[in-house]
Design a protein around this ligand. Structure first.
Ligand SMILES: [Ca+2]
Ligand SMILES: [Ca+2]
Length: 232
C-alpha cells in the first residue's frame, strides 16, 4: 500500500471517529433527564406506594421546579418528601412540597443555599400516593413545567418521561382459584396465590379467597385445594 493511500485511509478513520465523538457530545447536550420511578410495577386498589422523581443532570445545577400531573379520581397524594439531590454534598437546601390542585401537584421546588451546584444523579423528591379502592385499569403520571437552573439562575434544558402503572383487579374471583378473573386457573393465578402464601387474616397480602379452608391463614392446606383446581 502506498504512503498516500495509507494516509487517506487513516484520514477516513479519524473523520469517522470524530463524527462518533461529536454525535455523543450532541446526545449529552439534549438536557438533564427526569424519570419517575414507582416503588411497584403493579398496584392494587387501596395500596399505598411511592414514586421517586429521579434527576440525572447533564450539567451542574443549583435549583429546579416541577409540576406532577395525576388522576385525582384514582389516587390521593399522602405526602411529598425531599430527596438527596440538593444536599448530596452536605450543604443546606430549601425545598417546597408544592400545592395540590385538582389533578396537579404544583410548584414543587428546591435549591441549594450558598451558591453550590450538583451534577451527580439523585432523587429530587419522593411522592407518596394512596390508590382509591375503586381504581381500575392503569394510572398515568406525568411531569410538567420542569425548570432546572444553573448557579447564575439561567434556565437549563430538561427532558422528562411520564409513567403508566398497571392497576391489578383484586375483585373477588368469579370462579374459585381464578384470582385474576380471566376464566382459567393457571400459572398467573399461582403467582397471585404464592404472593399470599404464609399470610394471616389482618396481613396486607391476605385475601379470604386465597384461604380455601377458611381457617384464617393461607398455608399448605389451601395450596392443596388450589392445586386441585389448577388447569380448569
Ligand atoms: Ca386465572
Ligand atoms: Ca387456610
Amino acid at each position: 500500500m502506498s504512503a498516500k493511500k495509507r494516509f487517506f485511509q487513516q484520514g477516513v478513520i479519524i473523520t469517522a471517529l470524530l463524527a462518533v465523538l461529536l454525535s455523543c457530545c450532541c446526545i449529552g447536550a439534549i438536557g438533564s433527564e427526569l424519570t419517575l420511578i414507582p416503588s411497584a410495577e403493579t398496584i392494587a386498589p387501596g395500596d399505598i406506594f411511592t414514586v421517586d422523581v429521579f434527576v440525572a443532570p447533564d450539567v451542574a445545577i443549583t435549583g429546579m421546579q416541577l409540576d406532577l400531573v395525576f388522576d385525582s379520581s384514582k389516587v390521593r397524594i399522602e405526602g411529598v418528601e425531599e430527596g438527596i439531590l440538593f444536599n448530596q454534598r452536605g450543604g443546606d437546601s430549601i425545598f417546597s412540597k408544592g400545592i395540590i390542585e385538582d389533578n396537579l401537584l404544583k410548584d414543587v421546588y428546591g435549591c441549594i443555599l450558598g451558591g453550590e451546584t450538583v451534577s451527580k444523579a439523585a432523587i429530587f423528591a419522593t411522592v407518596t400516593f394512596s390508590l382509591d379502592e375503586q381504581a381500575s385499569d392503569c394510572l398515568t403520571l406525568d411531569l410538567n413545567n420542569v425548570i432546572l437552573s444553573d448557579q447564575a439562575g439561567n434556565a437549563l434544558k430538561a427532558i422528562s418521561t411520564g409513567i403508566i402503572i398497571e392497576i391489578l383487579d383484586n375483585s373477588p374471583p368469579q370462579m374459585p382459584g381464578d384470582f385474576n378473573n380471566d376464566g382459567v386457573v393457571d400459572f398467573y393465578d399461582f403467582v397471585w396465590f404464592a404472593g399470599a402464601y404464609d399470610s394471616m387474616e389482618g396481613d396486607a397480602n391476605y385475601e379470604p379467597f386465597f384461604d380455601f379452608d377458611k381457617d384464617g391463614d393461607v398455608d399448605f392446606y389451601d395450596f392443596v385445594e388450589f392445586a386441585a383446581l389448577y388447569g380448569y
